[in-house]
Design a protein around this ligand. Sequence first.
Ligand code: GLY
Length: 614
Amino acid sequence: MALLKRWIIATTLGVAFTGLAYAQEAADTVAPEAATRLLAAQAERQPVRGEIAMIAAANHLAVEAGAQILANGGTAADAAVAVQLMLGLVEPQSSGLGGGAFVLYWDAAEKRLTTLDGRETAPRAATPTLFQDENGEPLKFFDAVVGGRSIGVPGTPRLLAELHARWGKRPWKDLFQPAITKARQGFAVSPRLAAQIAGDGDRLKTDPAARAYFFTGDGEPLQAGAILRNLAYAGTLAILAEQGMDAFYSGPLAEAIVEKVRGAEANPGLLARDDLARYRVIEREPVCVDYRDYQVCGMGPPSSGGLTVGQILGLLQPFDISAMSPDDAGTWRLIGDASRLAFADRGRYMADVDFVPMPVKGLLDPAYLASRSELLRGERALESVEPGKPEWDHALNLSDDEAIELPSTSHFVIVDADGNIASMTTTIENGFGSRLMVAGFLLNNELTDFSFRSHSDGVPIANRVEPGKRPRSSMAPTIVLQDGVPVLAIGSPGGSRIIGYVAKTLIAILDWRLDVQTAIDMPHLVNRFGTYDLERGTAAEAMAPALEALGYKVNVRDLNSGLHGIALWGDDVPDISVLESGSPYLAGGADSRREGAVFGQGALKCDPITACIR
Ligand code: GLY
């Protein structure tokens, strides 16, 4: 029977390969498909289907690393460690040991959802003026980012250790082997990585270690296809494989990190050895909201992701979106203004709940959302949007936040053979983080996710910098349950647009019943603060006149999500009808805007247009 099980990979080109060897790098498809079809029918790629286990992630080498672990009997937690360690090598601009992450983990045996917070923390020496000049004015974004000042205590290493300690089955050391081997052998620089190196210009050259790694001896950016070895990273991984993640937080590695941060010439940071030694992963309550027949669960504060996605869905709950067309501007008026209302609450209330009191329950209270939802009953775009007043036994004394979040980050989803699920969003914040590289990995700039201003007109901002605090995030790793059973796991990178990408894709799957791949590929229309962002080069562009007529400003631009998701459906979505009745299956999708891939163990071979056969 085991011999009959096959692995299948679909790249962003929609090409399927069987086996564990890969003939080609996935192409960089940053520019989405041309605008030739209806919004709902933009993509023709099929999800990868499998019966046993599945991984969807941003790079095929990372997917392959996780697949090897699953094939050896590893759990979703084991595979998550291997996937993250490989992403840190092959997609170093987005996530790695020097960053932070949030994970939702479904324990199938316990039937329990756990959320773990591996977000970076501000050093204990940090003050609310960290990102202000001598006049108290906010620094320019990249003046704050590049160098040591923006670096928080990395959380990803300890999060991986926690995942393994709680749910791992394979020996810790084994999880490091794929990344160590690849770091020593070298990997082909992907088109996306090459484009990002070239696009970052002089910023990435400021650190000698980053310059030596990402550029030729002549200072030229590495080209796509160049073979890149990272012996420093291999060495770091070998230490962590032997000694465990405590070796990251104390000893020579910790000292090297501190030296790098504090020694950054133009912009030294405040990180101290004691900050590293104190770092802890925190288990948080999942944030769940009822939507249609589902419970949509996400990450609570310090991420705003779960609450804001939850608010958008909660505000849309009274409207029958399934009966509305995705090609109708009126539908996007509802979705866009629901998002604006949620973003207004996000800006006022959401931050690290261990430092700032927050009306977490009030923000998702059905009565509160129903009353806010009444604001959506008009026919035109809301003229102005203010934060609401959720029930809260606390004096309201907060100003609106001003944090800037630029897109970067990575998301992956893993379902193992026992039905355990990891949905993890992981980041070093901006592309290439702080641009400082040590021991083979880049250090984050996560502290710039704090508001640079600490007060507005003398009133404090919830997401201000404070010592030991975690900056507010937008990361929204999500698991959707139906009657307590998981049916979908998904998430995305993309700065604060993560929230819009995830909300749109959930609506596309749960209301419009699109399969996960089509839902991911569907063009993006994102509204956070009033202006409607429409995805360049897609059918979304054609919505501009109708949205303008409703009163929106529009902005046509690239919208670089990196959605990776797996649906675990029974028989009730349209594409299941092509399967034999009663077949349980997994369907995975990877974002055509990046270089993602999906593995399905026990895959069903898919004809691209009509059917799947065993
Ligand atoms: N740095 C991206 C986020 O946390 O949302």
